[in-house]
Write a protein that binds this ligand. Sequence first.
Ligand code: GEK
Length: 252
Amino acid sequence: MTDGKAKPPEQITDRLFATERNPEDFRFDASVARVFPDMIRRSVPGYTTIIPMIEVITEQYAQPGSHCYDLGCSLGASTLAMRHGIPYQDCTLVGVDNSSAMIERCEHYIALDDHDLPVTLRCEDLLETELSMASVTTLNFTLQFVPPEHRLSLLTRIARATLPGGALILSEKIRFESDREQEIQTRLHHEFKRANGYSDLEISQKRAAIEQVLIPETLTEHRERLLKAGFEQVLVWYQCFNFVSMLAIKTR
Ligand code: GEK
């Protein structure tokens, strides 16, 4: 870890769902990018813990001369955590997002950061991103937006590109096998949002909009697919309500 920690970007309050809107029009455009730091902090339980832990985990699994990837980097919070965690000057760090609005703002935040490890940002579909010699790859709440039929092939490509001893950090909103648990965890998540100042209208409209694009899976589905993709060890290192972060390790 370095002395100069990644600084969080300034926060503009998210009011995107405060008035009636069409649930079909959620996309990662300029209006979302503008309020994104506030939106994700107030919507995703544990996000503010997960980001600094990505730095800690990256420091453990980064290898000299390797490539590190942040797939679905948004404004670069997870990218900057990786940058500050990588202890080798000869590593490369690549952030990928297919939203030009996100990448434009991300460039700005990377430039403001005081760490000197170069970061390459690519505005492209992560399904097209070439991967090789990877020590740490991060999918921090991104796989959930990838169509389910592409998830296994993506994870297989990541596992094949990962060096022995390397790892994938995978954070996801999950669903539960038991309807009762699903109901309790969903209610607790909504209470978290309410405690963070979102109104009932904002919560229900965001839920309707996000359900069109975010497809959550169970922990069992994630675990089995990560093993099938070629990771040998899969563990949950963090969970808060229906939000989980896993570590998938390539041991050989
Ligand atoms: C963080 N990791 O702050 N290709 C590239 N990018 C994609 C794709 C795709 N196929 N699908 C979605 N995205 C970040 C947060 S946000 C999570 C990640 C959230 C991008 C999308 O444009 C968005 O920026 C990001 O994945 C998901 O740690 O909004 O809940």
